[in-house]
Design a protein around this ligand. Structure first.
Ligand code: IPM
Ligand code: MN
Length: 347
């Protein structure tokens, strides 16, 4: 029987609850299929940092490299470790080291879930560049603490990086409703975003079946709220994609529904699956975190592993659950109740 080895990194706060929930559902799905999931848990987190001075061991990346996929909960406990330290010690290095350049974030209203908009249905797939751009990490501070202090943080856009993410977006659009929104800000950013637009136009020639439109990020933010039905696939740089996908989460009913997949399309290293939400310290001990985003991310993992049937069954079980009103209203049902309902639907 096919066996997949999965690295589980629950992380901090509600990341622990929702990872456990997703894993329970995934194991149930595997039980009804002809594959085995073998999970190995890593305690890498802010607590681990307090004990060891690192978010993950020095050989953390090499340890993860041998796995078929990574399932991550959430990272961050800002009361004890600054976010700039915890995220740069775990989540962000994994995305970069494993060239998970395509961050896929589906924004869709699940049955029974009411979003804040009048729109009764929406189905947007955001593709976020995940390894460079505004998150390149190039920069520094000089004259620290002095009146003439300077901070520089340079966005880096490479032709290879921009081409591969735009191509990925075109491919996704081709497989869906054939529309691609390429997110820019070339009216203000005259180097990087003009470059982005040029590459968008160049690639468009290879995809005559895709209707591509370039939108400035501010206008697209408004469009996601006013006319979300007009959008199919959205492709954006790292920071623009980060911001737009929180809007996407909001319009699909909240962060408790927003799933994501950090994909290495070449499969030269493992991909990582995680809900868009953070560790939510304020509700971390209440067992009320909605596990749907994490479970949906788990379904994306099965899909990536090639287990399309099982992935589809998990999605159906999620939809059957929310359609019954369970997990359909933020913070109403306990994490365990929602998980149990999804497991029951699968069985
Ligand atoms: C996300 C998160 C992260 C990001 C943070 C935690 C660094 O907001 O995955 O959207 O900005 O990428
Ligand atoms: Mn974000």
């Amino acid at each position: 029987m096919k066996t997949y080895s999965i690295a589980l990194i629950p992380g901090d706060g509600i990341g622990r609850d929702v990872t456990a929930a997703a894993w329970t559902v995934l194991e149930t799905a595997a039980k009804h299929s002809d594959f085995i999931l073998r999970g190995t848990e890593f305690p890498w987190s802010c607590r681990f940092f307090k004990e060891t001075g690192r978010m993950m061991p020095e050989n953390g990346i090499e340890t993860l490299r041998g796995f078929d996929a990574i399932l991550l909960g959430a990272v961050g406990w800002p009361a004890e470790v600054p976010d700039s330290v915890s995220l740069h010690g775990l989540l962000l290095p994994i995305r970069k080291a494993f060239v998970q350049y395509a961050n896929i974030r589906p924004h869709r209203l699940l049955p029974g879930v009411r979003g804040p908009l009048r729109a009764e249905s929406l189905d947007i797939l955001c593709i976020r560049e995940n390894t460079e751009g505004e998150y390149s990490g190039a920069g520094g501070r000089v004259h620290q603490g002095m009146l003439d202090e300077v901070a520089v943080e340079t966005s880096i856009f490479t032709r290879a990086g921009v081409e591969r993410i735009l191509r990925f977006g075109f491919e996704q659009a081709r497989a869906r409703r054939g529309r691609l929104a390429s997110v820019t800000k070339s009216n203000a950013q005259k180097y990087s975003m003009v470059f982005w637009d040029e590459i968008t136009r160049k690639l468009a020639a290879d995809y005559p079946d895709v209707a591509v439109t370039s939108y400035h990020v501010d206008a697209l933010a408004a469009r996601m709220i006013i006319e979300p039905q007009s959008l199919d696939v959205v492709v954006a740089s790292n920071l623009f994609g980060d911001i737009l996908t929180d809007i996407g989460a909001a319009i699909q009913g909240g962060l408790g529904y927003a799933a994501s997949a950090n994909i290495n399309p070449d499969r030269s290293a493992p991909s990582m699956f995680e809900p868009v939400h953070g560790s939510a310290p304020d509700i971390a001990h209440l067992s009320v975190a909605n596990p749907i985003a994490a479970i949906w991310s788990g379904a994306m993992m099965l899909d990536h592993l090639g287990e399309k049937d099982a992935a589809g069954r998990v999605m159906n079980a999620i939809e059957a659950t929310t359609a019954r009103g369970i997990g359909a209203t933020a913070a109403k049902d306990s994490t365990d109740a929602v998980t149990a309902a999804v497991v029951a639907a699968l069985n």
